[in-house]
Ligand binder design. Structure first.
Ligand SMILES: C[S@@+](CC[C@H](N)C(=O)[O-])C[C@H]1O[C@@H](n2cnc3c(N)ncnc32)[C@H](O)[C@@H]1O
Length: 183
């Protein structure tokens, strides 16, 4: 009886962990490669800026922004990825990183000066009006692979690397294509 209970609790716990890892209503977890993050963030002055990443995955973009001097915030639905991000940031002693567990659509984004987004087209589309309403004029927004249909980008940047080919994400869509917008 006890063994059965332990097995059932173990399976339930495993399911919870699995669900948390795969959580992400507006995109699955597909991380941006670190060398591309470094290249794209270098194009933007980040020192003392408030940086937000919407759907921060394992925290790698937030951590790079923090290394460049930003007050860097990540919002992420997966509790497990939040724990992992906090662990990595504390190991690197980056006190200017802040990870928030939750849904990006339920957070107020008005403090952000730079926003980074890597979500599926529906999520990007839903964010359009929220960002227009909440962000201050002059704020910068970076999208990766899936972009705003109704906004004109300041710049389009394709980062490729022979050692790490860009991941195929759908017809004519490859990870590594970034658009930079200014509101
Ligand atoms: C494509 S991954 C990108 C991860 C990271 N931004 C990167 O570039 O490496 C999308 C992430 O957004 C998270 N996500 C999707 N919808 C979300 C939502 N509504 N609120 C918070 N996080 C969300 C997913 O859990 C996933 O970790």
């Amino acid at each position: 009886m006890e063994i059965t209970l332990i097995i059932v609790v173990g399976i339930l716990f495993g399911c919870l962990i699995g669900l948390s890892w795969f959580a992400g209503s507006d995109a699955p977890f597909v991380p941006t490669k670190t060398n591309r993050i470094k290249k794209i963030l270098k194009l933007i002055p980040l020192k003392n800026k408030v940086f937000y990443e919407l759907g921060s995955g394992d925290g790698r973009v937030v951590i790079e922004a923090a290394k460049m001097g930003a007050q860097a915030f990540g919002i992420e639905q997966s509790f497990l990825r939040i724990l992992y991000s906090k662990f990595i940031a504390s190991r690197l002693q980056l006190s200017n990183t802040h990870f928030i567990h939750g849904n990006i659509f339920k957070q107020n984004l008005s403090a952000a000066q730079v926003v980074f987004i890597f979500l599926l087209p529906k999520g990007v589309e839903k964010l359009e009006s929220k960002l227009k309403k909440e962000l201050k004029k002059g704020s910068l927004v970076i999208t990766q692979t899936f972009h705003f249909k109704n906004w004109k980008p300041l710049k389009k940047i394709l980062i490729t690397d022979k050692k790490e080919p860009n991941t195929f994400l759908g017809p004519n869509k490859k990870e590594g294509e970034f658009y930079l917008y200014q509101l």
